[in-house]
Design a protein around this ligand. Structure first.
Ligand code: NAD
Ligand code: GLY
Length: 379
């Protein structure tokens, strides 16, 4: 690997005191994950003595080159990896999978120095992280995210968890990884729909925190869609930096700051809940339409002018994401929003833009405003 190429890697510190770690964003350097893992582990009490890893992945990712590359990279730094391959998809994020991984750890006589490695998308990251948080009261966790959503969102910040049959993400913990190693070349094999879903979260960061970044996404949309290495590394790095900054200020989601990451998600989660989790609308697609609806709501409150919503809609459409939905009943969406985790004292709370790059958590939207916006969304 030429030095100039490697020097373009991006290092993002996540400054969390004793739980601090680094996100490293590279392109085409699978071997680099070994030395990165070794130094991230060596910085911790449990990791220093680490000689064994449970590597958790799913069937889609295991069918590519990443699993053998990961095992070889860890092996070269004295860590023997035992792979476990689970079915791909959201149903894997369940208690049965947790038990299976506990059994694997027991079979390999894992102790507190065994690292648990999540090699895959957000499903594998959340599940593996939850197992790492709970087995033996906490094992070191290494994140090797391979989907765009996992690279820009779920692998950073320490939220880990699983679903119950009737409630997504209800069982969980905060458990920060020792490090996050991102190779954006893994995105070359990601199905186009999954890339688009990750892009919805990328656009979200521009709206909530960084107007200049939003402008860059508009300018560089084609390079991103063409999956150019430099463009992907740059947007992934920028998103990780933005998320790390939020997480550093509100690690446990207690001050309302981390809630800004929920822009588009109040309506988005309602769309997913009403449409069903069988793929009619994937999470990123629901969030895209949800962001547009929530911008319309901000317009009704007089917080932003229509030009913000227009720019957002245009960018989302450029990335092939929906800006409206069809076939859903707005009344059912309203009911579903009544169960949102951000609600307080029976009032639905939204994260809404005051300007491009700045959002606030508010309960100022009236039921009439919400109904009008949802009706327009579902037309
Ligand atoms: P996912 O893990 O199901 O991955 C999406 C699909 O892409 C899967 O089929 C997977 O096998 C495949 N895939 C992954 N990497 C690939 C690659 N490089 N090449 C080819 N195929 C690949 O889903 P996701 O979108 O990555 O993550 C969604 C999950 O993340 C949800 O469960 C959500 O709740 C969770 N999430 C968690 C957080 C958090 O902060 N913990 C934040 C956002 C989302
Ligand atoms: N994805 C929301 C959060 O990490 O807080």
């Amino acid at each position: 690997m030429p030095d100039a190429y490697l020097s373009q890697e991006i290092r993002v510190p996540v400054p969390l005191g004793p739980r601090a770690y680094e996100v490293r964003v590279t392109s085409g350097d699978p071997g680099g994950s070994g030395p990165f893992a070794r130094s991230a582990l060596d910085a911790t009490w449990a990791g220093k003595a680490c000689r064994a890893a449970l590597i958790v992945t799913d069937r889609n990712v295991a069918g590519l080159d990443y699993l053998p590359a990961c095992r070889a990279a860890l092996d070269r730094v004295g860590i023997e990896g035992r792979p476990v391959v689970l079915p791909a998809g959201e149903p894997t994020k369940c208690l049965e999978s947790v038990v299976k991984l506990y059994d694997e750890l027991t079979a390999m006589r894992a102790d507190r120095h065994t690292v648990v490695v999540a090699l895959g998308g957000g499903v594998i990251g959340d599940l593996t992280g939850f197992v790492a948080a709970t087995y033996a009261r906490g094992l070191p966790l290494l994140m090797l995210p391979t989907s765009l959503l996992a690279q820009v969102d779920s692998s950073v910040g320490g939220k880990v968890g699983i679903n119950l049959p009737r409630a997504k993400n209800l069982i969980g913990a905060f458990h920060q990884p020792v490090g996050v190693w991102i190779d954006t070349e893994t995105l070359n094999s990601l199905p186009a729909r999954e890339l688009r879903c990750g892009l919805a979260e990328v656009v979200k960061y521009g709206v909530i925190l960084d107007a200049a970044f939003f402008g860059e996404l508009e300018t560089r949309a084609q390079s991103i869609l063409d999956r150019r290495g430099e463009a992907l590394r740059s947007i992934v790095g920028r998103c990780c930096r933005l998320k790390a900054d939020v997480v550093a200020k509100d690690e446990r989601d207690e001050t309302g700051l981390r809630a800004v990451l929920n822009f588009g998600h109040t309506v988005g989660h309602a769309i997913e809940a009403v449409a069903g989790y069988d793929g009619a609308y994937q999470h990123g697609e629901a969030v895209a339409a949800g962001m547009v609806a929530e911008c319309h709501l901000a317009e009704r409150l007089g917080w932003i002018g229509p030009e913000v919503t227009l720019r957002l809609s245009r960018l989302l459409e450029r990335f092939g994401l929906p800006v409206a939905i069809s076939g859903l009943d707005p009344n059912r969406l309203t009911d579903a929003m009544g169960r949102d985790k951000k609600n307080q004292r029976g009032k639905v709370r939204f994260v809404l833009p005051r300007a491009l790059g700045h959002v606030e958590l508010t309960d100022a939207a009236s039921p009439d405003d919400v109904h009008a916006v949802l009706t327009a969304l579902c037309k």
